[in-house]
Write a protein that binds this ligand. Structure first.
Ligand code: ATP
Ligand code: MG
Length: 406
C-alpha cells in the first residue's frame, strides 16, 4: 500500500505561504509504514486539480487532499473530484441546518454560498468537522481510498486524528513504527550535536533527527518498537538531563503550567522589551488562570515604578536595562500580587536604542521567590522579533529550572 498527497491552493504557489499540511499527513503515514510516492501542490483550478487527482490515483492506493472545500468560488476540490471520478452529488440538508444554526448562534444569517458545503458524494462517507464548517470525505473506490480534508491546519489535524488514524490502524495491521520527540531547552543546535557525539558513536547508522525550532531543539526518535524508543530515550535523558524539558507536543509554557499546578504555586510577570509576549505565551495554555495571577507591561521607567514597584533610585543608578532592574521587576511584581514566583524582563530589542555598553540584543531576566532570586544576562543579536522571542524562551526556561531547583 502506498499514498499520495495533493495540497490544494494557489496561495501556496506564491512566495508567501508554504504547504505544511502534507507534513502532518506524512508523519501519520510514516507511523504505519505507508510510503508516500507523490506529493503535489495544485492551484485552485478545476482542470488541473481533476487531472492531478486522476494522475495520483494511477500510482497510489491512498490519496489525501487538503484544502479547497470552503464556500467561495475558488474552492474547487469537490467539483474536481466529481470531474475526475464521476461521482454523484447529493445535498445533505442536515449539514445546511447545522451551518444555519452555527451562524444564527452568532446572530448572523448564513450567506447563500455556504450551501455549497452541504454537497456530499452519493454512496461515500461524509466526515463531520467539529473544528470548522467544511466537512471532509472518505471515498472508497473499489480498493482505492481518497481522503478529502479541509485546508485549515487545525481542522486537518483534528480530522487526521479522528478519522484517518483509526482507519490506518485497521487497514495496515497496526503501527509498524513509533515516534518520540524529546525537547531540549537552553542549548543551540550545534551544542546539542556536540553533546550527542558519544551517542552517535554508540549507534552508528541509526537515524536520529535533530530539528531546531523556536520552541527548542527537537530530537526525533523513530523505531519499530516502543521498547527500542524507551531505551534510546533513557540514554538521551542521561546525556541532557534537566535540559530536556518535555516530549512530543510539549511547550515550555505548558510544562511550567503543569509544574505550578502540581505544586499549588503561582506566578506573575513584569515585562519591558517583550511587551507582553511572555504573559501571552503563559496564558496561551488552557487553565493558566489556576496559577498565573498577573502580567504587566512596564515599558517606561515610570511604569516600572508605578506597576512593579521598582525603586526609581535603582533605575537612575544602573539604567533601565540592567541586572538590578530585572531583579527589582521580578521581586516587585511578586510582592504586589503575592505570588510564589515573579519574573522580570528588561532589554534592548532594537533595531534602535542600543549603545556600546548595552548593544541591541542585551536582555536581563530574573526570577524571584520569597527567599531567593536568579538573574541571567542574555545577548541575542538579531531582529526585534528574534530578541523578543528568545528572551521569553530563556525566561521560561530559567523559571522552569528555578521551580525544579535544577
Ligand atoms: P475552509 O472552508 O475552512 O476555509 P478550505 O478547505 O477551503 O477550508 P482553504 O481555503 O484551502 O481551506 O485554506 C484555508 C486556510 O488554510 C488558508 O489560510 C490556507 O492558507 C491554509 N492552508 C490551506 N492548505 C494548507 C496547507 N497545505 N498547508 C498549510 N496551510 C494551508
Ligand atoms: Mg477556503
Amino acid at each position: 500500500m502506498n499514498a499520495s498527497i495533493i495540497a490544494v491552493g494557489s496561495e501556496m504557489l506564491g512566495p508567501t505561504r508554504v504547504d505544511t499540511n502534507s507534513l502532518k499527513v506524512t508523519a501519520l503515514l510514516e507511523l504505519f509504514g505507508i510510503p508516500l510516492v507523490r506529493k503535489s501542490i495544485v492551484a485552485d483550478s478545476l482542470d488541473e486539480l481533476a487531472d492531478e487527482i486522476t494522475h495520483s490515483l494511477k500510482y497510489s492506493d491512498i490519496l489525501i487532499t487538503s484544502g479547497g472545500l470552503g464556500p467561495t468560488e475558488d474552492d474547487l476540490t469537490r467539483e474536481a473530484l466529481v470531474k475526475a471520478l464521476g461521482l454523484e452529488v447529493d445535498v445533505d440538508q442536515s449539514i445546511i441546518d447545522k451551518l444555519e444554526q452555527r451562524f444564527a448562534a452568532r446572530g448572523w444569517k448564513m450567506p447563500e454560498v455556504n450551501k455549497k458545503q452541504a454537497n456530499v458524494f452519493r454512496g461515500h462517507t461524509t466526515l463531520q468537522n467539529e473544528r470548522g464548517t467544511a466537512p471532509g470525505f472518505h471515498l472508497d473506490l473499489r480498493g482505492k481510498h481518497v481522503w478529502v480534508f479541509p485546508g485549515v491546519p487545525s481542522e486537518l489535524e483534528w480530522m487526521l486524528k479522528t478519522y484517518m488514524e483509526p482507519w490506518l490502524e485497521q487497514v495496515s495491521g497496526g503501527r509498524t513504527r513509533h515516534r518520540r520527540v524529546l525537547k531540549v531547552a537552553g542549548l543551540g543546535e550545534s551544542a546539542v550535536e556536540e553533546k550527542l557525539k558519544p551517542y552517535y558513536d554508540a549507534h552508528k547508522g541509526e537515524p536520529l533527527t535533530i530539528l531546531a525550532s523556536p520552541h527548542g531543539v527537537e530530537l526525533h526518535l523513530i523505531f519499530d518498537s516502543q521498547d527500542e524508543i524507551a531505551k534510546r530515550e533513557r540514554e538521551l535523558l542521561d546525556i541532557f538531563g534537566v535540559r530536556i524539558f518535555g516530549f512530543d507536543d510539549d511547550t515550555l509554557e505548558a510544562v511550567i503550567g503543569r509544574l505550578l499546578i502540581e505544586r499549588g504555586e503561582t506566578l506573575s510577570t513584569a515585562e519591558s522589551c517583550t511587551g507582553g509576549l511572555l504573559s501571552q505565551r503563559i496564558t496561551d495554555v488552557a487553565g493558566s488562570s489556576a496559577y498565573f495571577m498577573s502580567g504587566v507591561v512596564s515599558y517606561t521607567a515610570d511604569a516600572k515604578v508605578a506597576f512593579a514597584g521598582v525603586d526609581p533610585e535603582i533605575i537612575m543608578t544602573y539604567g533601565e536595562v540592567s541586572e538590578p532592574v530585572a531583579i527589582a521587576l521580578a521581586r516587585g511584581i511578586r510582592d504586589r500580587f503575592q505570588t510564589t514566583y515573579g519574573v522580570g524582563i528588561t532589554g534592548v530589542a532594537g533595531p534602535g536604542g542600543g549603545s556600546d555598553e548595552k548593544p541591541v540584543g542585551t536582555v536581563h531576566i530574573a526570577v524571584a521567590r520569597s527567599d531567593y532570586v536568579e538573574h541571567r544576562k542574555l545577548f541575542w543579536p538579531g531582529t526585534r522579533q528574534h530578541v523578543r522571542w528568545f528572551s521569553t524562551q530563556s525566561a521560561l526556561d530559567l523559571l522552569r529550572r528555578f521551580i525544579l531547583d535544577a
